[in-house]
Design a binder for this molecule. Structure first.
Ligand code: AMP
Ligand code: MG
Length: 338
């Protein structure tokens, strides 16, 4: 046993069919979107041109849906994109199909659209949820983004994977590095390996910071996805000294799971007080965090409820932590009225 009470030499079972599928599908999709990022994003690209992320989003979803259909043909997929607009846009469809053919040589325009539409699956007792690119703005900026996939059974995430091409060792911001693949299964811990070359796996553990003044807060890079003024009030209420770290996507959960951050806040923006989180934005990251010893709830302390549809309609915002700081953070959120 090590100091955390875990069996030494223990390793996640990557031969388990669901874990094996999640690992391979997310790895292939993350490598493909990374290739698209390198090939399509150039200094000549204007700020308004979102075509690289559009192509990468569709290609990633087509590939994961195709692989799911091969391995688990009866399983439902609930994913962010659908192919309605793509079917009418020949130019984009050609690009998407071209990239999908890197992995599936016989892909056609029609089959690519059909695979993408497998993501319209229904939410039942067992389904997968996919964000083909979480953090699209980070992708376009050359910062952080993630491919995020989770298996949900009876409302609980059971298996999850995050593919983060611009993150090394699950926490270092390292565009051009080997990238991180994070894989987890319930009661099996969270583990990371190199996306480029998945050989050895390291176990992830949350930090042991229990003094609120020492907490490192992780927040969205995009100010419109959170409430920056309230985060400042929260930091003051907790006595936090360091500036919050801005990071796109569920890469934040990998960093928290790796013990390199202590609190993650998704506060409701003043422009969108009615915003409810999408399940594909939280399912994979939440299991990665819990299996590393962390805790996740909404801003009122309620557990996330993945049975309510494509959005978490019974939950408001997100608080995630290393567990030790959770109660103090909930109290501070109550004090500032978040
Ligand atoms: P992040 O980079 O952590 O902000 O996460 C990116 C995700 O935020 C995207 O996948 C969107 O689904 C989601 N998002 C979009 N608009 C909002 C909003 N107004 N409030 C919170 N999250 C949002
Ligand atoms: Mg997303």
């Amino acid at each position: 046993m090590n100091p955390h009470g875990e069996k030494v030499g223990y390793m996640i079972n990557i031969e388990n069919p669901e874990i094996n599928f999640a690992l391979n599908a997310v790895r292939q999709a993350a490598l493909l979107v990374h290739l698209i990022q390198r090939e399509m994003i150039s200094p000549a690209l204007t700020k308004e041109d979102r075509s690289p992320v559009t192509v990468a989003d569709f290609a990633s979803q087509a590939l994961v849906a195709y692989l799911l259909q091969q391995i688990f043909p009866d399983d439902m997929l609930v994913a962010e994109e659908d192919a309605t607009e793509l079917r009418a846009n020949q130019h984009t469809l050609e690009k998407v199909t071209g990239f999908v053919r890197h992995q599936i040589p016989n892909a056609t325009h029609e089959s690519v659209c059909d695979w993408i539409d497998l993501g319209n699956g229904s939410i039942g007792s067992r389904f997968w949820t996919l964000d083909p690119i979480d953090g699209t703005k980070g992708f376009l900026r050359g910062d952080q983004y993630a491919v995020a996939l989770a298996l949900i059974i009876d409302g609980e995430a059971q298996v999850a994977a995050l593919g983060c091409p611009n993150l090394s060792d699950a926490y270092r911001l390292d565009p051009g590095g080997p990238g991180s693949l994070v894989i987890t299964g319930r009661d099996q811990g969270s583990w990371t390996t190199e996306l480029d070359n998945p050989k050895s796996f390291q176990r992830l553990r949350v930090s042991s910071v229990s003094d609120p003044s020492q907490a490192r807060i992780l927040r969205s890079f995009e100010s419109g996805h959170t409430n920056v003024g309230q985060i400042d009030h929260f930091a003051t209420a907790m006595g936090v000294q360091a500036e919050p770290v801005r990071l796109d996507s569920q890469a934040k959960y990998a960093v928290l799971a790796a013990g390199k951050g202590d609190l993650l806040l998704r506060l409701l923006s003043a422009q969108r007080p009615d915003y409810r989180e999408k399940i594909w934005d939280q399912a994979a990251g939440s299991l990665v965090l819990e299996e590393a010893g962390g805790k996740i709830s909404d801003l009122g302390g309620k557990p996330l409820d993945f049975t309510t549809g494509r959005s978490l309609t019974s939950n408001r915002g997100i608080l995630a932590s290393n567990t030790l700081l959770h109660s103090a953070a909930l109290r501070a959120l109550g004090e500032i009225g978040a």
